[in-house]
Design a protein around this ligand. Structure first.
Ligand SMILES: NCc1[nH]cc(CCC(=O)O)c1CC(=O)O
Length: 303
């Protein structure tokens, strides 16, 4: 292939930073010069609508629709995604062929040294139903205010005093060059796919698939696939109050997961160990969580 490989990405600073990591990995794997890759920034609906919770926008595929269209129309050859923002069920003609090595999976608290020292009734800015529910389970007195927009926007809103604290993914802060911002929360189970970057192309584009597979980080791919199978079993997406994390331990996948209601007053947690590539075990864990959940929690998942 002599033409440049065109990489479609959201235009946010984090998406661009992640895309540069993908470009570097591809160049290193294939011995390419800089001219072999072209980065194509694309604005998505998720980027333009900032003032409403994502669930209210009716939104599936908010971050991916425009990138998918660019692939289908031949404007780009591959797309780079934060896997956390990729809806659970993808069009069959697309293939997530590789993932970069996962970054720090934790959330970091910004604005206070710990959740415990936040004053009574403090306000925490977040747009994540999972973070809101986990926070309010630990500290029911906290008020949640809607914080959307990219990482820099949220930090600026915190600076302006629109909230006492916020939670952001360590992965995003680190990849934007801010390893010093915030305190990692070890006890908060992250969002499914947090910290993972995926590379997608048309399943029929066999040569492109092969080029991408060369940089696949298998353990990350296996773990994120397990977390996404759990989401599938729950009938959930990236706007649902679900936390999950898979790690490889003793040659097996160890998946921990939790579902919550909006204020964290109801939750159900569980774990499973299974072989890499087993999609049934995470779906069975999803079933178990729903079966054990109180009816009003189960109803949130349409089950
Ligand atoms: N939903 C926004 C989003 N999508 C991916 C990341 C950070 C990188 C990651 O978690 O992989 C973020 C920001 C955040 O949650 O702080």
């Amino acid at each position: 292939m002599t033409l440049p490989l065109r990489i479609g990405t959201r235009a946010s600073p984090l998406a661009m930073a992640q895309t540069r990591l993908v470009a570097d990995a591809l160049r290193a794997a294939h011995g390419w010069g800089p001219e072999r890759i072209e980065i194509v920034p694309i604005t998505t609906s998720g980027d333009t609508i900032k003032d409403r919770p994502l669930a209210d926008i009716g939104g599936k595929a908010l971050w991916t629709k425009e990138l998918d269209r660019a692939l289908a129309e031949g404007i780009t050859d591959i797309s780079v995604h934060s896997m956390k923002d990729v809806e659970t069920l993808r069009p069959a003609e697309l293939r997530i062929a590789a993932m970069l090595p996962r970054a720090d999976v934790r959330d970091r608290l910004i604005g206070a040294k710990s959740l415990a020292v936040l004053r009574e009734g403090a306000t925490v800015g977040t747009a994540s139903p999972r973070r809101a529910a986990q926070l309010r389970r630990i500290r029911p007195d906290l008020a949640i205010t809607l914080f959307r927009g990219n990482v820099a926007t949220r930090l600026a809103r915190l600076d302006k005093g629109e909230a006492d604290a916020t939670l952001l993914a360590a992965a995003g802060l680190d990849r934007l060059g801010h390893p010093e911002i915030g305190v990692p929360l070890d006890d908060l189970l992250p969002a499914p796919s947090q910290g993972a970057v995926g590379i997608e192309t048309l399943a029929a584009a066999k040569r492109t698939v092969a080029l991408i597979e060369a940089i696949d980080h298998r353990d990350t791919h296996v773990c994120v696939a397990a977390e996404r199978c759990l989401l599938e079993g729950l009938g959930a997406d990236c706007h649902s109050p679900v936390a999950a994390l898979a790690v490889i331990a003793d040659g097996q996948v160890h998946l921990r997961a939790e579902i919550l209601n909006a204020d964290g007053s109801l939750s159900e947690a569980g774990e499973a160990r299974f072989d890499a590539g087993d999609g049934d075990a995470p779906r069975a864990l999803a079933r178990q969580l729903l079966d054990r959940a109180a009816p009003s929690l189960r109803a949130l998942f349409g089950a």
